[in-house]
Ligand binder design. Structure first.
Ligand code: SF4
Length: 245
C-alpha cells in the first residue's frame, strides 16, 4: 500500500479527532512510523540532500534541549540533519525541533561573525575593523588591567553563560573571575527569561524534574512560557498528560 503525505497527515488528524486526542502520535507510534516503508516522499528528500558520511552530534544552544542529531556531511559541509530516533527511553523520541534542523544555516551564514572585530568609529556608527586574535586578546587584557588599576578589581564583572552552553565556557569564566578578584555574575543576574526570585528565595538555582515527570502530574500550571514554541521536543509531555485527562 502506498499513501501520500497529505493522506498520512489527514489520516492521523482524523484518528486523533476520533479519539478526542490532540495531534500527538505518541512516542512508540512515532518510532513505528519511522520504520514504515510506505512513505516514498521521505526518500525523495533524503536523496535531494545526500552526503558522504553521517556523524553524530548534539545541538547545544541556550534552549538547553541538547537534542542529538545525525549530521549528513558532504564536501566537508553539513547538508542536513536528521533526528536519530534512538533515545533509550522511547518517550523522548523523536527529539529535535525545526530550529535545530536548520541551525547549520547559521554556521554558514554570511552574517556570522567569524573573526574579532574592533569598533573604530563612534558607538552605533557601525564602523568595525577586523583584527587578529592576538590583537584582540592584548586589547582585552590591557583594558582589564587599566580598569582594575583605576577603579579596583571588584569593578570588573565576569558573567559566564548558562551551563547548558558548555561547562568549560562556564567554568573558565568563574575561574578567571575568582583568581583575579573580579565580581562574578550568574545568568540569574541578567537573563530576563530565568526565574530571578528562585535563587533569592531558595538559595539554589532552578529546581527541575526531568520533563517526562510531567506525565505523572494531575495539575499543571505553565506560567510565563509557551512550551510549544520554546520547548518543542518536550511540549508533547503536556499534550500527552492532557490527553490522559
Ligand atoms: S529543542 Fe531545538 S533548538 Fe533546542 S536543542 Fe533541541 S533541536 Fe536545538
Amino acid at each position: 500500500m502506498s499513501i501520500s503525505r497529505r493522506e498520512f497527515i489527514k489520516g492521523s488528524l482524523s484518528v486523533a479527532a476520533t479519539a478526542g486526542l490532540p495531534f500527538s502520535l505518541g512516542r512508540p507510534a512515532f518510532a513505528a512510523l519511522a520504520e514504515r516503508k510506505d512513505r516514498p516522499w521521505e526518500a525523495g528528500y533524503r536523496n535531494l540532500f545526500q552526503g558522504e558520511r553521517t556523524v553524530r552530534s548534539i545541538n547545544m544552544p541556550n534552549c538547553t534541549g541538547s537534542c542529538a542529531w545525525n549530521v549528513v556531511i558532504k564536501d566537508g559541509l553539513v547538508k542536513r540533519v536528521e533526528q536519530p530516533l534512538d533515545y533509550p527511553d522511547d518517550e523522548y523520541n523523536p527529539r529535535g525541533c525545526m530550529k535545530g534542523a536548520t541551525y547549520h544555516r547559521r554556521v554558514y551564514s554570511p552574517n556570522r561573525v567569524k573573526f574579532p572585530m574592533k569598533r573604530v568609529g563612534p558607538r552605533g556608527s557601525g564602523q568595525w575593523k577586523r583584527i587578529s586574535w592576538d590583537e584582540a586578546l592584548d586589547f582585552i587584557a590591557s583594558e582589564i588591567k587599566r580598569i582594575a588599576a583605576k577603579y579596583g578589581q571588584n569593578t570588573i564583572w565576569i558573567y559566564p553563560p548558562v551551563p547548558a552552553t558548555g561547562i568549560a565556557k562556564q567554568g573558565a569564566g568563574f575561574r578567571f573571575a575568582s583568581v583575579n578578584g573580579f565580581g562574578i555574575g550568574t545568568f540569574y543576574n541578567w537573563y530576563g527569561d530565568l526565574p530571578l526570585a528562585h535563587p533569592i528565595t531558595w538559595n539554589v538555582q532552578t529546581e527541575e524534574h526531568e520533563f517526562k515527570d510531567v506525565l505523572n502530574t494531575k495539575y499543571a500550571i505553565i506560567w510565563g512560557s509557551d512550551v510549544a514554541q520554546t520547548r518543542m521536543p518536550d511540549a508533547h509531555f503536556f499534550t500527552d498528560v492532557r490527553a490522559k485527562g
